[in-house]
Design a protein around this ligand. Structure first.
Ligand code: GTP
Ligand code: MG
Length: 255
């Protein structure tokens, strides 16, 4: 069929294919979730319902995008790691980030009332999305370590900050002042000596964030037998040290 004279405008579309043989990470992050969490009365410092909804939305992304081998989430963000050799959308960066971000956002709204009894959010939540490439296994491990260290630092701070306010009766400004210049040991000490809280026994999902991976899980068959089925499971584990990567070496291996 003859092409229209307008066809040439297609040439203005830039080729944004990701470099071959590199880890592709798509990270989504809630826009203005400081406000969104307040408007929806998220519990402070952590709302298990909200974090579980994030995990549900991320599971939807992994169900759809089979080349995501691992996802990591904390607070209002989730990172999706695509296999190094993925050919999804011919590795086109915008296709990957927009599809992941769009599905994550719609799943967040779709499953909202399974976690919040309010029926629907008060206004439509927004997530941004970006694609970042990491060439080496060390780089992708360092990326995930960076996000988990961020989770740890923020969660220790927020746990102490809100204990000082909710249990200690300080104003937010007083709590902020008290924490200025403190190291993690100081915050642990405040939590323990003033509020009897041993930070190390706080729920692991809050201290470590959530890792989503595929695992073979035994499922019961109607005839009484058992079959192994691949399922997306949530784990609240350390991904900074070597142990997780030694026991899950397949995740970093090109297949
Ligand atoms: P942009 O991402 O730049 O749009 O800003 P943001 O307001 O989303 O802040 P950011 O992504 O840096 O941080 C996420 C914010 O979400 C936190 O600062 C909290 O205010 C809020 N948040 C995330 N998870 C929870 C939670 O479980 N409970 C409460 N109370 N707030 C949360
Ligand atoms: Mg945000």
């Amino acid at each position: 069929m003859a092409k229209s004279k307008f066809e040439y405008v297609r040439l203005f579309e830039a080729d944004d294919r990701c470099l071959p043989n590199t880890w592709i990470v798509v990270r989504v992050d809630g826009k203005g979730f400081h406000k969104f969490s307040t408007e929806h009365e998220y519990e402070k410092p952590n709302d298990i319902k909200a974090l579980s909804l994030m995990n549900r939305a991320a599971t939807s992304v992994m169900e759809e995008f089979k080349d995501v081998c691992l996802a990591y989430g904390q607070s209002d963000e989730y990172s999706f790691v695509f296999r190094k050799e993925t050919q999804a959308y011919s590795r086109r960066s915008a296709k990957l980030s927009t599809n992941v971000c769009s599905l994550f956002t719609s799943a967040f709204v779709y499953y909202w009332n399974e976690y919040f009894p309010t029926g629907k959010p008060r206004y439509p939540p927004v997530f941004d999305g970006r694609t970042v490439l990491y060439p080496s296994n060390q780089n992708i491990r360092d990326y995930l370590s960076w996000r988990q260290a961020d989770c740890h630092i923020n969660n220790l701070y927020n746990t102490t900050f809100w204990a000082l306010i909710l249990k200690g009766g300080l104003t937010p400004a007083e709590a902020e002042n008290k924490l200025k210049g403190t190291l993690s040991g100081d915050k642990n000490e405040i939590l323990f000596s003033q509020f009897g809280v041993n930070y190390n026994t706080e729920p692991e999902m809050l201290r470590k964030g959530t890792v989503l991976v595929r695992r073979k899980v035994p499922v019961a068959l109607p005839n009484g037998g058992i079959r192994e089925k691949s399922q997306i499971v949530q784990e609240y584990v350390d991904i900074i040290g070597d142990e997780f990567w030694n026991t899950n070496s397949h995740l970093l291996t090109v297949t």
